[in-house]
Structures are given as structure tokens and as C-alpha cells.
Design a protein around this ligand. Structure first.
Ligand SMILES: NC(=O)c1ccc[n+]([C@@H]2O[C@H](COP(=O)([O-])OP(=O)(O)OC[C@H]3O[C@@H](n4cnc5c(N)ncnc54)[C@H](OP(=O)(O)O)[C@@H]3O)[C@@H](O)[C@H]2O)c1
Length: 281
């Protein structure tokens, strides 16, 4: 992996931070993407100190702002002529409904449109660096969800879980459609569930659910264990050429029925493009 360049989003915390650290320890050049410079610098400093790999760079983008996602992709392309692995990991759970500056529901915007736009903008670079890999961190939360095209912004009956689950189903649908578009290019796309991991993501769960999550957090998986399948998909020769799959604990698993619906995946792709076009051209 020594000559490889990998980009990891949400790399200052939880699963993303462990992924960046382990890839850096393997000698990879790592581009850490974080939204907060101080938190990102602290994580970068720790990773360089622990791995002795100086080739760890920090780039800043808030995925709730599509202009920033596009600017990030431009920065990557200006600086790097190759990119071998993209790990879309930055994600959030929002107990309260919020709207981004682009006018979209925050969870869908960050967890899906962020993955989508960054990937699409970096696709030519990834393809020209093939063999290349895209790893989308999804979740079992997708299991009982479906994409409500009539109300993607969840104006009616918002709940944090509903928004989160829909965004994670979008990650799976996006992965499968992307994999089909990438056939024959030498670039692969897979998604995965990391288990229930004791990270910061559920800090914003409200009410009794929040209390329960905080009580059980110490008994959840460690971020190291949660990142294992991400790192394996990002770097192991065992999955070279494997594409369009959903993994849990390094095992190929069935995702929910709707995720295999190619018409829904195509519609989601088109709607995502339209939403981005409407917001940032
Ligand atoms: N933990 C679990 O049990 C679990 C289960 C299934 C799937 N996942 C998925 O795993 C991924 C990583 O989550 P985690 O559990 O490691 O949680 P985490 O510790 O909260 O890490 C999430 C990362 O995403 C970043 N992020 C959030 N909103 C962002 C935004 N608007 N722009 C840019 N970055 C943003 C966070 O930055 P800040 O530190 O600045 O907030 C942080 O670096 C997520 O996609 C999540 O859906 C987690």
C-alpha cells in the first residue's frame, strides 16, 4: 500500500479516525477530511505521532454545504494526480430537524448528498488511478427504511431515526448504482455496516433513546473493531475486484429489499443530481 493515496472523510473521530490511523500506519498517504480545523489538526498530529508517517494531510470541508464539498474535490484534484481509495464516512444523526444553507434536510444532505457529490467529483481521478476503491460507510439502520421521494426533506413527521435510516439506505442504493456505472473501469464501490460502535454519533439522540444509548455506549464496539471492515475494504487484496456489495464483519450480506431496486437507485441518482444542480449549479 506504500504508493497509495487514500482519502477518509470524518477522519477526526470514531471510525474515520481509526481508519485514517491504520491506513497511515501501513504507509499510505492519507488525506484526512474534517469540518473543524482544530479537531482535524489534533487528530492529524496524533496520527503522525503514532504512525511516524508524515504523509498525512488535513483538508477542511463541511458536508452540509455542497459548495464546500465541490471545493474540497477541486483541492484534491489540484494537489494529487492520483487517488486510489475514497472512504465516505463522515456522517451525523440529528435529533432535531435542521435545514442546510442549500435548503435540504441536514441528515440527507450530509450523509447522502455529501457522499454523492464528493464521489462524483472525484470519479475521473479514481478511474484514472485504477485499481481504485470507494468504500461507503452505511448502516444496518437502513434495514426498515425506504426512500420517500415525495418528502426527501422530511417536512412531515420528522424523526432523527427516520432521517438517519433513509440516509443510510441512500448510501446502499448509491453504492450499488455506482458499482454498476463503474463496471469495467477497474474502480470498485462497496458499502458496509460497522456494528454498533461507541463513538460520538449518537450524542444528539434525544429523550429516553438518548439516555439508553449513552448508558450502553461503554459496552458497544470499540472504534477499532468498527473500523476493521472499512480498512479491509479499503486495503485488503482479498477484496480486489469485488464490487457492489454490502459487508458486515468482512462478510458479504444481503441489504434490504428496496436497496436492490434498480429503478429506485436510478431515480435517487437523478434526484441527487437535480438537488445538487438546483443548489450549486
Ligand atoms: N457508531 C455507530 O454505531 C455506527 C453504526 C453504523 C454506521 N455508522 C456510520 O459510521 C460513520 C462514522 O460515524 P462514527 O460512528 O465514527 O461517528 P463520529 O465519531 O461522530 O464521527 C463522525 C465524523 O463525521 C464528521 N461529520 C459529521 N457531520 C459532518 C459535516 N457536516 N461535515 C463534515 N464532517 C462531518 C464528524 O465531525 P465532528 O467531529 O466535527 O462532528 C466526525 O468526524 C457514519 O457515517 C455513521 O453513519 C456508525
Amino acid at each position: 500500500m506504500n504508493d497509495k493515496i487514500c482519502l477518509v472523510t470524518g477522519a477526526n473521530s470514531g471510525i474515520g479516525k481509526v481508519t485514517a490511523k491504520v491506513l497511515a500506519a501501513g504507509g499510505v498517504t492519507v488525506i484526512m477530511v474534517c469540518r473543524n480545523r482544530d479537531k482535524g489538526e489534533a487528530a492529524r498530529h496524533e496520527i503522525v505521532g503514532k504512525t511516524r508517517n508524515e504523509n498525512v494531510e488535513l483538508m477542511i470541508a463541511d458536508f452540509s454545504d455542497l459548495r464546500q464539498v465541490r471545493r474540497l474535490a477541486a483541492e484534491v484534484k489540484a494537489k494529487y494526480s492520483r487517488l486510489h481509495t475514497l472512504v465516505n464516512n463522515a456522517g451525523a444523526y440529528n435529533g432535531k430537524r435542521m435545514i442546510t444553507a442549500d435548503g435540504y434536510e441536514m441528515t440527507f444532505a450530509v450523509n447522502h448528498l455529501g457522499y454523492f457529490l464528493l464521489t462524483v467529483e472525484l470519479l475521473d481521478l479514481l478511474k484514472s488511478s485504477a485499481p481504485a476503491r470507494i468504500v461507503n460507510v452505511a448502516s444496518e439502520a437502513h434495514r426498515n427504511s425506504h426512500i420517500n421521494f415525495d418528502d426527501l426533506n422530511l417536512e412531515n413527521g420528522y424523526s432523527g431515526w427516520k432521517a438517519y435510516a433513509q440516509s443510510k439506505l441512500a448510501n446502499v442504493l448509491f453504492t450499488y448504482k455506482l458499482a454498476s456505472k463503474l463496471e469495467g473501469t477497474g474502480a470498485t464501490a462497496n458499502c458496509m455496516h460497522p456494528g454498533f460502535v461507541g463513538t460520538n454519533i449518537f450524542n444528539h439522540v434525544k429523550g429516553i433513546g438518548g439516555k439508553i444509548v449513552r448508558l450502553i455506549t461503554p459496552f458497544m464496539r470499540t472504534p477499532e473493531k468498527g473500523a476493521d471492515t472499512v480498512i479491509w475494504l479499503a486495503s485488503s487484496p482479498e477484496v480486489e475486484g469485488i464490487t457492489g456489495r454490502y459487508f458486515i464483519d468482512r462478510k458479504d450480506r444481503q441489504s434490504n429489499q428496496e436497496s436492490y431496486n434498480v429503478a429506485i437507485a436510478s431515480r435517487l441518482w437523478e434526484v441527487s443530481e437535480e438537488m445538487i444542480r438546483a443548489a450549486v449549479g
